[in-house]
Design a protein around this ligand. Structure first.
Ligand SMILES: Nc1ncnc2c1ncn2[C@@H]1O[C@H](COP(=O)(O)OP(=O)(O)O)[C@@H](O)[C@H]1O
Ligand SMILES: [Mg+2]
Length: 432
């Protein structure tokens, strides 16, 4: 069958306009991952179908909000608000009017928000035009729960689209530089500001602090996952996650010394893969180590954030990390660099400008040394933005969150020069 014919055929298969919604085979629908969905309906019947679908066990991980008002109200709603992973728009419009309306919607939606349109005309032309313009699917009302659910799972579990979740790994250029603190705050910011589901995994099994910083004491977590690789699937993952906030799920470290933690290179691959299928954002807090498995996690992450303080050893380590990562990931953007604990009283520091020059990288954020606010937040098991909502530091976390989720970009200023690094003899060795 030609592609065109197949498309027509698929479309006809889903034709439910004849009367009552036919109940497709719900059993064939795969579990829908941790996505956020906002629907804007025009008719009671469609809004009821979406509500019923949302309450089905296969949608249990997704967070669904059903509102009325169709396309116009979606545009108004999203103007000031973060957009979900999926928006479902019921619209009786067609042709120019529909396309203009969707154009307005596109202006207020994030690039990665997917759109399903539910229309009232069983017309393959509308379907083709919408799909050609970036709409993920066009369904015809009245529709069945199975139709809607398989459309959703087709979008988010499509193997051709790659995994749903972006992996963001955080590592310090030295121990104690604040990498974990920044990692947890950024995870919290993404989950609370963008209302995107986040899995935060603490890979520092012996000494991890995510459980303390997020005021959680889950009985199990990452250890269970890493020691049962054969059992690792989305059901086990669900059991191991501790819910910290509406959209924030923690895979906590045991943080005990009952055993030693030695892992093979691929020990964490499966966990990351399962987490990626189940959540749009997967954040990994790495310990300050260079082992086969930390290198492996860094090689497969979509985004890397290196935290450093303005000292010489940090500079040397950051340079080594950045160079090695460029070798391991030749087709990826450079990692993001966060300068932290800047301005410790009486400490001789390298200026940020001198620090970043030899790295040929612009800092994503410069965070001052502020023991009062960091100490208070950590003692209270709070994030910085909770402890002090007006803090500038909270805004830095917000900017890092925007960078790693692709909502903002760093403008690169090209300035070369080895500067301080020549002291460390780190310039590339000439081959003899
Ligand atoms: N900008 C800062 N000012 C003051 N203290 C900070 C700052 N950033 C982090 N800290 C503190 O430094 C300590 C080490 O932080 P942590 O995130 O555990 O570091 P790492 O993960 O790099 O080892 C924590 O007590 C944390 O509260
Ligand atoms: Mg740490």
């Amino acid at each position: 069958m030609s592609n065109q014919l197949q498309e027509d055929y698929d479309f006809q298969e889903r034709d439910v306009s004849a009367g009552h919604p036919v109940s497709g085979d719900l059993n064939k629908v795969r579990l829908v991952p941790r996505i956020t969905v906002q629907a804007f309906c025009e008719t009671e019947i469609v809004s009821q179908t979406i509500e019923m679908t949302a309450n089905d066990r296969r949608m249990a991980r997704a967070k669904v909000k059903v509102l009325s008002g169709g396309l116009a109200s979606a545009v108004e709603y999203f103007q000031p608000a973060p957009t979900p992973n999926l928006t479902i728009i019921e619209s009786s419009l067609a042709g120019e009017e529909l396309m203009t309306g969707l154009g307005r919607l596109a202006e207020v939606c994030d690039m990665d928000t997917k759109v399903i349109v539910i229309g009232h005309r069983n017309d393959i032309q509308i379907y083709r035009e919408l799909v050609a313009n970036g709409v993920s699917d066009y369904l015809v009302a009245p529709l069945s729960m199975a139709d809607l659910m398989s459309a959703i799972s087709d979008i988010f579990i499509d193997p051709e689209q790659g995994p749903l979740g972006r992996v963001m790994a955080f590592i310090g250029a030295k121990g104690g530089v604040g990498s974990s603190t920044i990692c947890h705050n950024v995870a919290w910011t993404i989950s609370s500001r963008y209302r995107n589901d986040v899995i935060l995994s603490d890979f520092d099994l012996a000494f991890g602090t995510a459980n303390i910083n997020l005021d959680q004491d889950p009985p199990q977590g990452i250890a269970e996952a890493v020691y049962s690789p054969d059992r690792m699937d989305d059901i086990l993952l669900d059991r191991l996650l501790a819910k910290c906030a509406d959209h924030l799920n923690l895979l906590a470290a045991p943080s005990t010394l009952d055993r030693t933690y030695d892992f093979t290179q691929d020990a964490f691959n499966n966990i990351i893969e399962v987490a990626q299928k189940s959540s749009p954002v997967v954040i990994v807090d790495l310990p300050h180590q260079w082992t086969a498995w930390t290198r492996q996690v860094l090689s497969l992450a979509d985004e890397i954030v290196i935290t450093a303080t303005p000292e010489l050893a940090n500079l040397r380590n950051a340079k080594n990390l950045i160079d090695k990562l460029a070798e391991l990931r030749p087709n990826d953007a450079k990692p993001k660099l966060v300068m932290n604990q800047v301005g410790v009283p009486k400490r001789p520091e390298i200026s940020v400008a001198d620090f970043v020059k030899p790295l040929d990288i612009q800092p994503a954020a410069i965070i001052p040394f502020d023991p009062a606010i960091f100490g208070m937040a950590s003692n209270n098991g709070q994030m910085i933005a909770e402890a002090d909502p007006k803090s500038q530091i909270g805004q830095s976390f917000e900017f890092i969150a925007q960078l790693v989720t692709g909502k903002a970009e760093l403008k690169v200023e090209k300035k070369g020069g080895l500067g301080l690094l020549s002291k460390l003899k780190l310039g590339k060795k000439k081959s003899a």
